[in-house]
Design a protein around this ligand. Sequence first.
Ligand code: NAP
Length: 254
Amino acid sequence: MATAIEGSVALVTGGNRGIGEGFVRTLLAAGAAKVYVGSRDPAAAQHLVDESGGKAVALRLDVADPAQIAEAARIATDVTILVNNAGAFLNQRLIGAETMDAARQEMEVNYFGLLGMCRAFAPALKANGGGAIVNVLSSGGLVAVPVMGGYSPSKFAARAATTSIRAELAKQGTTVSALIVGSVDTRMAAHVAGAKERPEDIARVGLSAIKRGTTEVDTDRMAVEVRAQKALDPKAQERALARMLDVETISTGR
Ligand SMILES: NC(=O)c1ccc[n+]([C@@H]2O[C@H](COP(=O)([O-])OP(=O)(O)OC[C@H]3O[C@@H](n4cnc5c(N)ncnc54)[C@H](OP(=O)(O)O)[C@@H]3O)[C@@H](O)[C@H]2O)c1
């Protein structure tokens, strides 16, 4: 099963900046007819509306708010590609944080937000011929990263959900792809030193997954390395990740 980008109608959550913005631009450059730019503040998506000549459409969407998800699904009934990109990283520890608020918020956005979007848009995707869902996940959802606190567990949950949703939507012809992302040069990774990928390059891998109906793909070198290390020596990997709790600056090591 595969979905064409040319002539498609896409919705990108958190489309106003970072990897989401890269998706919006890459989808339009590849011939998408319309891209809804999901944004908590529609004004933050205005630059994309302007530069696209109206093909990008700002859509108010906080994925942690079920009422806003329902309203988005009521408006965007023509969607054929859903990119669940919105993500929260609060940079707190699981035990060291004073409260569980950050861990709850990360779960709310990265897991329940993604699940809520899949549930709300499954009927429109079916009505429009099947289409594709792309979930922007993380290598922090393949291996537990202690410095990432509640972010890592939320991405584990999102990856498991992605597998189950793929099975549930197979009969209606919707492909569901997991993008395992390593380290990208966005605000979320501002605290990370070293070489980072460009958002547009991650989006290009995402478009390829949509076109081919790929189930899961590592989008960049770090993601590939994390998966390889996990297979090769998981204990050494766990020890190395634990040591990151004691360093002052996190680095991609390149
Ligand atoms: N950067 C990396 O190294 C990296 C690595 C692995 C995975 N990822 C994943 O890639 C995705 C995009 O992250 P990024 O790197 O582009 O980070 P970013 O630059 O911080 O952008 C995050 C985006 O998500 C939006 N967002 C946050 N909470 C939201 C909510 N409740 N509802 C709707 N939108 C919300 C933000 O909106 P506002 O502008 O309103 O804040 C922003 O548009 C995330 O899922 C992240 O986990 C990133």
